[in-house]
Design a protein around this ligand. Structure first.
Ligand SMILES: [Zn+2]
Ligand SMILES: [Zn+2]
Length: 256
């Protein structure tokens, strides 16, 4: 069976509090051998680290989601920086800009995003970038700030080919989630243009379940659908694609 990795999950979310053991068992049965659990604030980042200490197949990432940037104090960020030093933490994030829901004012989102990039440089860890309705602004900031040599990943990427190429040229990986399985998704054309050695796959669970489970709570086991779809589009066997994505995740995050 193919050995799959889910490079972006929120198993720390309350959605999984009741049945996490079952969720992890189903992931194992589906061949998901490694998961990167992503924090979105201090509490979820702490939980991400504790999950990674309890389960060897889980690694952690710590950050403040752009939605919550407005509430982040300097002492919050200091706490996060301490959490980020934990060796189970393989990435900084998720961070970035979300101008779609605008839950925090753009200048504050930009400031907190810059702080994450600076922390990544200091700790020599990759960043996980969330960007929605903010591609030009996100790109401007990664041009202005010093970047970690480890660069990072544009998670749940849904920009067009031009933006994909711009972030690839900057050294970033692009990660696709469940929407690539939706009928008529423009991501099906985009995925043909991403070099295989820069491609990652993720669930972003509990959000964005792939096609057969669309609308339900997403979970790592469902990533098998995303692998099948991308393998079909790229004309690869699932096992071959899985080996490539596994190597990419290892290179970027040092997983497993
Ligand atoms: Zn996100
Ligand atoms: Zn996420």
């Amino acid at each position: 069976m193919a050995r799959l990795v889910d490079t972006h999950a929120h198993l720390n979310a309350p959605d999984f509090a009741g049945d996490l053991e079952k969720v992890l068992a189903r992931a194992r049965q589906a061949g998901v051998a490694a998961m990167l659990d992503v924090g979105t604030g201090i509490e979820s980042s702490r939980r991400s680290i504790s999950l990674s200490l309890k389960y060897p197949q889980i690694k952690a990432a710590v950050g403040f989601h752009p939605h919550d940037a407005a509430g982040v104090t300097s002492s919050d960020f200091e706490q996060l920086a301490l959490l980020a030093e934990n060796p189970r933490v393989v990435a900084i994030g998720e961070t970035g800009l979300d101008f779609y829901r605008l839950l925090s004012p753009p200048p504050v989102q930009e400031q907190i995003f810059r702080q994450h990039l600076q922390l990544a440089v200091k700790l020599d860890k990759p960043v996980i970038i969330h960007t929605r309705e903010a591609l030009p602004q996100t790109f401007r900031i990664i041009k202005e700030e010093p970047l970690s040599a480890r660069r990072g990943v544009m998670h749940c990427f849904n920009g067009d080919r031009r933006w994909a190429q711009a972030f690839l040229r900057k050294g970033f990986y692009l990660s696709l989630a469940g929407p690539v399985t939706y009928p008529r998704s423009t991501l099906q054309e985009l995925v043909k243009t991403i070099p295989l050695d820069r491609l990652l796959l993720e669930t972003d669970c509990p959000y964005l379940a792939p096609q057969p489970f669309r609308g339900k709570r997403n979970e790592p086991a469902y990533i098998a659908e995303t692998y099948r779809q991308v393998a079909r589009i790229r004309g690869l066997k699932v096992e071959a694609l899985a080996a490539i994505i596994w190597d990419n995740a290892c290179r970027l995050f040092g997983m497993p």
